[in-house]
Structures are given as C-alpha cells and as structure tokens.
Write a protein that binds this ligand. Sequence first.
Ligand code: SAM
Length: 240
Amino acid sequence: MDGKDDAPRLRPEVQNPVGSSLPAGDAPHTAPAWRDRWQERYQAAPWLFGRNPSAWLIGLDPILPRQGRALSLGEGEGRNAVWLAQRGLSVTAVDFAPVALARAGLLAAEACVRLTLIEADITQWRPPAGGFDLVLLMFLQLPPAERVPAHRAAVEALAPGGLLVLEAFAPGPWRDCGPKTDDARYDPATLQHDFRGLTVLELMTGLAVLGEGEAHRGEASIVRLLARRPPLDGRGHTPR
Ligand SMILES: C[S@@+](CC[C@H](N)C(=O)[O-])C[C@H]1O[C@@H](n2cnc3c(N)ncnc32)[C@H](O)[C@@H]1O
C-alpha cells in the first residue's frame, strides 16, 4: 500500500459528526482544541503513520478473526482498518479528525473495500454493546481522564470471545517518537487494571524500532496487549 501522498479526493460517508453526537449543552469531554491540533497535524503531513498496518498487527494474523465485525477507536488515516477489511472483516473506524477519516475513505476506495467511518469523540461515543469480534486501539495516547472512558467503551464493544488489540507508547525516556511526557503513555499495570475481566493472551513492554510513516519512525518504548473477552458459559452467562 505504499504510494505518494495526495490530498483526499473523496469525501467518505461519515456518520455522527462530532458536534451532533454530543448532548445539547454538554461540553465535550475532550477539548475541541485537541481535535483541532490533530486536524492541523493531518493537514500538514498526510499519511502521518504510513499507509501500511502496524507490523505487530500483521504478526497477529493467525489469531485474528477473518469474518465478523471489527471496531478501531482512533483509527486515523485507515492503515489498520483497511488491512482488516481486506482480510474479510466488516470494519467500523472511529476518529474525531475529519481529515484523517477522509483519507481512510480514500485508502479504502483504493483497496476496493468498504469501511464504516464514524466521526466522533471516543470519550463520548458509546459503541453497540457486545457488537464487535475485534476491537483495536492503536497508538491512541490519552491522558487518564480520557483513557478510562475510552477503554471502558472498548470493553463494552467486545462480543463474548472477542479479541482486544492495543499497541501504545509506554513510559520511559523519549527516544525517537511518541508523546514527550508520560501522562499519555501506558504501562502494563494500567492496562491490566483497565482491562480486568479480559483474559490476557499477550502483554509485553520494551524497546521497539518502528517504521510506520514519518511520525512513528525509530526507537520507542512500546506496550502491546492482546486480550480476549471470555466466551459465554453453557448457560449463556459470562464466566466470572
Ligand atoms: C497517534 S494517532 C494513531 C492513529 C492510528 N490508530 C494509527 O495507528 O495509525 C491517534 C489518533 O487518535 C485520534 N484521537 C485522539 N483522541 C481522540 C478522541 N478523543 N476521539 C476520537 N479520536 C481521537 C486522533 O485524531 C488520531 O487519529
């Protein structure tokens, strides 16, 4: 999926514009200024994180479902969502930056797949409960007040037996990329707490060398979590 950068030529169908998804009179949890900053970043440099999926995600191919529904929270420009759709999943991608979603629509059209694109603040947006066989959170670096509701939404969205895939920058000295401060980096203990109730299949942290677009290039401290919501027991209940 490598190719030259282009301004988006195609406006995808986008549901739930951020403004209208919020109750009237309710201030957004995430400051609009933060969304504007993301918009400016995407406008200044297209394909910030590249057009190819995360190398770790590709490595999970044998365990990821090939049918059913996937949800990507903070999907950005579509690199991971398009790859999942090409593998057969029906993918919903949520992000609050319209410029990024427009590029996701473009990438999907080039790959001849369809994505459901939702423009929303994920700290406010509520997914259909139990609606997804796979939930993706890739480099969604949120401070605690936003991380907690976003992770709660991710758990709610998972169907029994569904997989959660999270990759993020971890605390540690800043090397080549990632947030400059630790408040929006995640350590394994925080993730274990946020996703308690899920069965951890893989949880690791350490140095990695990234080569994903201009923004994710070089050495960084990374945390990776693969977890499964327990399947229903014989009586249709979630085991405790
Ligand atoms: C570091 S980028 C990662 C993009 C993508 N997941 C990837 O790995 O290529 C973080 C993304 O999260 C989005 N984002 C951050 N906070 C958000 C929020 N509260 N609601 C929706 N999207 C958000 C940004 O617009 C941006 O696209």
